[in-house]
Design a protein around this ligand. Structure first.
Ligand code: PGA
Length: 255
């Protein structure tokens, strides 16, 4: 496979700066020298400084969990691209279902953020995924396609190569319920078709599509074997160095 595997930890609202530093020290010891797989951790904003220092000399990259699209100004509580870049942030998770649900983020806002991340030389990890109700109503492909198209509106073909898409079925996040490898592969293949329509087949082939939703060492091998599953966006299992490292090793075996 020409695409590299990518294992990214989404720490969500967990870990103080001191705790982040300690966890990264453990992760570095286990997978800090990894070269065959792309690896990143995405701590909270308040831990980015400590995390970036702890990642010096490590191959593990730094990501953030959100960003506002404006450059600066009167946007109380928001964080800009320059603020993230100051710490060497390379990835920004955008459009996570928790942000869509609890903070009412729509495709239109997410799209502005995606473009701002790209304009600032960082890589967006655009999350898409259906709720249980949407899945049961047979709407999975429609929902995921609409979120992909909406999130990537007006992104150039050249920039599209820097985008990472994460398919995260909402009903599988933090629930212990994982999509079966076949279910996930079906949606990943559809996402790649949408990407091919938007940017051409060659570009679509280069874009990493991650699976997220209760991915853990026990189910990772089967998911990662699927043709269009290029890695994982990991929540719970990323908060412990040993399980996170085990996921990196699963990907490495297949790389
Ligand atoms: P989970 O979360 O691995 O805990 O299900 C994944 C995510 O929400 O990114």
């Amino acid at each position: 496979m020409s695409r590299r595997y990518f294992i990214a930890g989404n720490w969500k609202m967990n870990k103080t700066a001191a705790e982040a530093k300690a966890l990264i020290a453990e992760i570095n010891a286990l997978v800090g020298a990894e070269t065959a797989v792309d690896v990143a951790v995405c701590p909270t904003f308040t831990a980015l400084d400590a995390a970036s220092q702890a990642l010096k000399g490590s191959n593990v990259k730094l990501g953030a969990q959100n960003m506002y699209f404006e450059k600066s100004g009167a946007f109380t509580g928001e964080i800009s691209a320059d603020m993230l870049k100051e710490f060497g942030t390379e990835y920004v998770i955008l459009g996570h279902s928790e942000r869509r649900e609890y903070f009412k983020e729509c495709d239109c806002l997410i799209n502005k953020k995606v473009k701002a991340v790209l304009a600032n030389g960082m890589k967006p990890i655009l999350c898409v995924g259906e709720t249980l109700e949407q899945r049961e109503g047979g709407k999975t492909i429609d929902v995921v396609s609409e979120q992909t198209v909406g999130g990537l509106k007006d992104v150039s073909k050249e920039d599209a190569e820097k985008v990472v898409v994460a398919y995260e079925p909402v009903w599988a996040i933090g629930t212990g319920k994982t999509a079966t490898p076949e279910m996930a592969q079906e949606v990943h293949a559809e996402i790649r078709k949408v990407l091919a329509k938007l940017f051409g087949a060659d570009t679509a082939e280069k874009i990493q599509i991650l699976y997220g939703g209760s991915m853990k060492p026990e189910n990772a091998d089967a998911l990662l074997k699927e043709k269009d599953i290029d890695g994982g966006l990991i929540g719970g299992a990323a908060l412990k160095a040993d399980s996170f490292a085990a996921l990196v090793k699963s990907a490495k075996k297949l790389a």
